[in-house]
Ligand binder design. Structure first.
Ligand SMILES: [Zn+2]
Length: 497
């Protein structure tokens, strides 16, 4: 339904997404839920949209005074997630992984003069770094904070071929789609970042020409998460960027099911999923609609199913439940960022967030991957609930992909609220291979549609675990807590809880 052609890929701000949200609101009403937005079920959110105009933009490397033009799309892509400056010319420095991690006394930027320069970095992190720390410091905000403090004016990222979900040609295909940011400047995390680009790893040797190292060498080290050398490059980057800007309006959808306990009903367990996807874009195999069936019509459907099942069973958990359908996840977790900063319920009343995003029921559910398994009581609860269904749990098997910070749960985490996300785990080499193929071919492509194979038993089992976990959290006497040794506990203190 949500992935049907007439939803047009549910792009933030589009009629297709509005239609999908209207359908969700209808379903929520039928499930007997109460509106919990600021405007009925809706919480309106304002965005600024930015799109690169490539015909009026250019990039080149300047070496010994000579400019070598770069091909947009083939060599490099501008990222309009930051507000690009019209013109930049700056020397380049290769800063390895480009990470500053004070907890581990680790600093790739130490000893470099980055003032007025553009940092070139290789995505990833050294093996010694725990996944959560590495993920946290690779967020746009933390990355830029460290680089800005070091004086840098921009970032060129070279994706790590060992952990790229989407092959370069497909990334390049969507490069002129608009990016978005929250309109309120309070949310600007990249102030002063004049340039942001991705460099095609297949052509990255261009950056390294004339330096003491080759890209081949860097990629081989990075693949195994080994330490990377850091050094000044022999080139500068020169860019002209023409950006089209406009305002866009969209909304989160919020619904509540009041709890049964007179005292605990003041608290909420949040179940969240993003509704937006990528909209209509460049055609692949003749299809222009990026349906987003797994990503994340499936997650929104889980929320609706859980809501409907609670009505049928007339089961009333002690705490209240909050069903949150966010917008603009694909634009950088923006709808959830807005909600977590300006929640429609008392911020201290939210005891946990369970986020459902692309849980991929493509084969039977034997092992549940729990992102954040070791971080809070929620992990233990998930283990117990899944165990009752004969399902084992595992922590993130691929920490390099940064999944824990790549979906909406992250915005609850940074506001001190314990959160986790779960997906159908892979247990055999065959399943791992299919998973990789799914990412390569269908993830963020039109073929993530309703015609792909789905294991309905896995989807049903997953839904049971989500529902069971939500009710368990709601009925528990005390609120879930971060583990005393969890990195993410710091946010709880910052939020004053
Ligand atoms: Zn997505």
């Amino acid at each position: 339904m949500l992935a049907a052609d007439d939803m047009e890929g549910r792009e933030t701000g589009s009629p297709g997404l509005r239609k999908a949200e209207a359908y969700i609101v209808e379903q929520l009403k039928q499930a007997g839920l109460q509106p919990a937005g600021t405007n009925g079920f809706y919480q309106p959110v304002k965005f600024v949209s930015r799109r690169i105009v490539e015909k009026d933009s250019s990039a080149s490397l300047v070496r010994n005074g000579k400019a070598e033009p770069l091909v947009l799309g083939e060599d490099v892509i501008f990222s309009t997630r930051v507000d690009l400056a019209p013109e930049v010319e700056a020397p380049l420095v290769f800063v390895g992984y480009g990470l500053s991690i004070p907890e581990k006394n680790y600093d790739d930027l130490a000893g470099f003069d980055l003032k007025g320069k553009v940092a070139v970095l290789f995505s990833g992190s050294p093996a010694e770094m725990p996944g959560s720390l590495a993920s946290h410091y690779q967020t746009r905000k933390e990355r830029w904070k460290a680089l800005r403090n070091a004086g840098a004016v921009g970032i060129i990222s070279i994706p790590n071929p060992a952990s790229m979900d989407i092959p370069w040609p497909r990334i390049a295909l969507s490069r002129t789609q608009p990016s978005m940011d929250l309109a309120d400047p309070e949310f600007d995390e990249t102030k002063g970042e004049k340039l942001a680009m991705y460099f095609n790893p297949a052509h990255a040797d261009k950056l390294f020409q004339g330096s003491e190292h080759t890209f081949e060498e860097i990629a081989a080290l990075g693949k195994d998460r080994k330490p990377l050398p850091r050094f000044a490059l022999a080139a500068s980057i020169r860019t002209t960027a023409k950006v089209e800007r406009k305002g866009v309006e969209s909304a989160n959808v919020v619904a509540a099911l009041p709890g049964a306990d007179p005292r605990l009903k003041k608290e909420y367990v949040v179940l969240s999923a993003h509704v937006d996807h990528l909209g209509i874009g460049e055609p692949i195999h003749g299809d222009r609609i990026y349906h987003g069936a797994m990503d994340n019509a499936s997650g929104a459907a889980v929320l609706l199913d859980v809501a409907a099942s609670l009505k049928r069973s007339s089961q009333r958990p002690k705490r209240s439940l909050l069903f949150l359908f966010v917008t603009a996840e694909e634009k950088g977790l923006l709808g959830s960022k807005y909600f977590a900063a300006r929640p429609t319920v008392d911020p201290n009343s939210m005891v946990a967030d369970i986020n459902v995003d692309m849980f991929l029921p493509t084969h039977p559910l034997k092992v549940l991957t729990v992102y954040g398994l070791e971080e809070s009581d929620l992990g233990d609860m998930a283990r117990e609930v899944a165990g009752a269904y004969g399902i084992a749990v595992e922590a993130d098997p691929q920490p390099l992909r940064n999944v824990f910070i790549r979906s909406d749960q992250y915005n609850f985490i940074v506001h001190g609220i314990p959160a986790l996300a779960m997906a159908v785990g892979n247990t055999t080499d065959e399943e791992r291979k299919l998973h990789k193929e799914w990412l390569t071919n269908r993830y963020h492509a039109p073929s993530d549609d309703v015609n792909q194979p789905v294991d309905l038993s896995a989807a049903a089992a997953y839904e049971e675990v989500v529902r069971g976990l939500m009710i368990k959290i709601a009925d528990e006497g005390r609120r879930p807590e971060w583990k005393s040794d969890s990195f993410f506990r710091r946010y709880e203190k910052a939020a004053g809880q």
